[in-house]
Design a protein around this ligand. Structure first.
Ligand code: GLV
Ligand code: MN
Ligand code: MN
Length: 416
């Protein structure tokens, strides 16, 4: 048992072993994971997490979005809980750490407190948010969004995956429809520990990212209407080519993002051609533009420009164009007191650190609407994420979890 005090550390081996055990569920095709939300693999991952939480003495609550809340009791009956967590769902070709690290490091904090015999005044709740990724059902972070009152439950239940299955039906089917009212819980504070998913910390040789902000996002779903026609026999002048319009819009998005440097990104990650046959010009193209910036004016300016220029591009080709915003959050400023707590924890532990802005979206962005919230980051190799080759070291994982442990103890208070 480690001594109680400034040098408290989590059990790095136990955290790593749990990460590796979780990664066995929903294996990918290239060493990572495909544990998409509300699949059988998601259900299995949840059950494993539940088993570990049972063993650690936590009490489970599940809400009607399937969010899992695992509570370690505090000593003060009036004190609101300190929440820690992230997500266990992955991209279709996801890594082993995106989200999973934050959930299992939360569990490791509790396991370490158990080992150390430390009781806290505030309860601690380790959380697994449903569908953070938004890969199967857009938007991302939909369940924490309902929790924060940004989306309605009905809106979330109606989200459809590419096969037409709804979020509500799939949540029931996998057996994780809980009975708690979403958002009824109140938080004293929320901490989310996550891999950076970008190259900055590794390049700067820092162990810890003290996350001060998260950049905002728009997901714009375009539907372009052309005319299905033979790719061989239709003369160039007679084509109503929705695919070509998509290509020109993609180029335009790149230009808009480049003209908003520094601090803006834009790209397209998902495209559906219909009928998607080699020798048929597409009659319909649906694709999602993802634009982000920490600067609200830039973010909204990019959206306005893309929405203004896309119809002009399409018109010149005779292609129909409609657009719908399917995901959005404004740039977030995390709670300065909690940010300072994280920085002090890193300093006390002797870990190198720097302030950082999150490039990815996180459930912390919605939690910040209803409670003081912040994040902790660790580096990832080559900044690679949303890729099965995503990688971190055991030491990096443990350093952030140590910081989480100290920040949670500071915020939850040690019982007298
Ligand atoms: C969520 O994973 C995002 O796209 O940032
Ligand atoms: Mn994530
Ligand atoms: Mn992700």
């Amino acid at each position: 048992m480690a001594a109680r005090g400034e040098n408290m550390r989590v059990n790095a081996d136990r955290l790593w072993d749990s990460l590796m055990d979780m990664a066995k569920i929903g294996p990918g095709i290239a060493g990572g994971n495909n544990r998409q939300t509300l699949t059988d693999a998601d259900a299995e991952g949840r059950r494993l997490f539940q088993t570990w939480c049972d063993e650690a003495g936590l009490t489970m609550g599940v809400d009607t979005m399937g969010n899992m809340f695992m509570t370690r009791a505090g000593t003060d009956p009036d004190a609101l809980p300190v929440y820690v967590g992230s997500h266990l769902d992955t991209q279709p070709t996801g890594g082993k750490y995106d989200g999973v690290l934050g959930v299992l490091a939360g569990l490791e904090v509790v396991r370490s407190l158990n080992d150390l015999g430390i009781e806290t005044k505030h309860p601690i709740v380790v959380t697994n948010w449903t569908n953070e990724e938004g890969a199967r059902f857009a938007p991302a972070m939909v369940a924490s969004g309902v929790f924060a009152g940004v989306h309605t439950l009905e809106y979330a239940y109606e989200r459809k995956d590419p096969d037409g299955k709804t979020f509500g039906d799939e949540l029931k089917r996998i057996g994780w429809l809980g009975d708690e009212e979403v958002g009824a819980r109140k938080m004293h504070a929320y901490f989310e520990y996550h891999i950076e998913q970008g190259p900055i910390l590794e390049a700067q040789d820092k162990q810890i990212g003290v996350v001060t902000h998260c950049q905002g996002l728009w997901w714009l779903e375009f539907t372009l209407t052309g005319r299905e026609a033979h790719t061989g026999s239709t003369p160039m002048a007679m084509r109503v080519n929705a695919g070509l319009a998509m290509g020109r819009i993609l180029e335009m998005v790149q230009t808009v993002a480049m003209e908003n440097q520094p601090g803006a990104v834009g790209g397209v990650g998902q495209v559906f051609f219909s009928p998607n046959s080699r020798n048929v010009l597409p009659g319909k193209v649906v694709f999602t533009v993802d634009i982000r910036s920490p600067d609200q004016k830039k973010l909204d300016g990019m959206r306005a420009r893309i929405e203004a220029e896309a119809p002009t591009i399409c018109e010149a080709l005779g292609v129909g164009c409609s657009v719908e915003a399917v995901g959005h959050f404004d740039p977030v400023t995390f709670d300065p007191t909690l940010v300072a707590t994280v920085r002090k924890a890193a300093e006390d532990l002797g870990y190198s650190h720097m302030n950082i802005i999150s490039g990815a979206g996180h459930d912390a962005c919605w939690a910040a609407k209803v409670a003081p919230a912040t994040m902790i980051m660790c580096p990832c190799v080559g900044g690679l994420s949303h890729n099965e080759a995503e990688d971190i070291s055991k030491e990096w994982a443990a350093a952030g979890a140590d910081v989480l442990l100290h920040a949670v103890i500071e915020t939850a208070g040690i019982a007298e």
